[in-house]
Design a protein. Structure first.
Length: 250
């Protein structure tokens, strides 16, 4: 796992100058560079620092990571412009941030979730590994996050977002995706040989029917992030300050 901030995943098409005006209310416009941005979090609940250091922005000489400021600034920015959208993933951090907020901020956050500006996806405590944990642990930590989201916001996540675990299991695709009510599952890391085949054969998006016994009831639409190369940051040539070390916005 390599980074820890809200990132931008982009899919690009066409080859005309950016100066052309683009109407965001419609679909792709012919003759214009169309950029689809997905601002989202990828917040490790422990990697190079402790979960407390990640949340509070401590020991940034190790890694520049300040999760509480992501949420503080995102909520403010969404409230300023109804056209803005943001995807939040990790409940280990969101619930901690939530407990620190007053009722004014909580009311605003509920409004942003209700109108679709702030979308909760995956919804688990963390973006769990799919190889080493027992399936009961995967279910428990997913249920913990989903229960909170339903109680506080009346929503259930519809998208699986496993963009950084190293490898992906049938258990995740069936039991913790389709059977959990997800309509899509997206991930970033697969075996390099499998990746090469899927890119060359245009099979980076597919319907994963992961359980022979459950059949169609456990199938889920699946796709690779980052222009189908498993990248969860901006594509080559687009920086968006991702590698800058500016002081966090507080």
């Amino acid at each position: 796992m390599r980074t820890f901030r809200g990132l931008l995943t982009a899919a690009l098409c066409s080859s005309v100058a950016f100066a052309t005006q683009y109407a965001t209310s419609g679909g792709p416009k012919e003759g214009t560079i169309n950029v689809h941005l997905v601002p989202h979090t990828h917040d490790d609940a422990g990697w190079l620092k402790t979960v407390d250091e990640y949340f509070a922005g401590q020991n940034n000489s190790i890694q520049n990571a300040n999760v509480q400021y992501i949420l503080d600034s995102v909520i403010k920015s969404l409230a300023e412009n109804p056209d803005r959208r943001f995807v939040y993933v990790e409940q280990a951090f969101f619930q901690r941030w939530w407990r620190m907020q007053d009722e004014t901020v909580k009311t605003l956050t509920r409004k942003l979730v209700k109108n679709g500006q702030l979308e909760m996806i995956n919804g688990a405590w963390v973006m769990h590994c799919e190889a080493t944990p027992h399936y009961v642990d995967m279910i428990d930590q997913t249920s913990l996050g989903h229960k909170f989201l339903f109680q506080e916001f009346g929503v259930s996540p519809k998208i699986g977002w496993q963009i950084d675990p190293f490898g992906h299991s049938a258990t995740q695709a069936a039991l913790l995706s389709a059977e959990a009510g997800f309509v899509g599952l997206f991930f970033g890391r697969i075996d390099f040989q499998d990746l090469a085949i899927r890119v060359n054969e245009s099979k980076a998006e597919f319907v994963w029917r992961a359980s022979p016994s459950l059949g169609p009831s456990a199938q889920v639409f699946t796709g690779l992030t980052g222009s189908y190369h498993g990248n969860y940051g901006p594509p080559s040539g687009f920086n968006w300050d991702i590698f800058s070390s500016d002081e966090p916005i507080q």
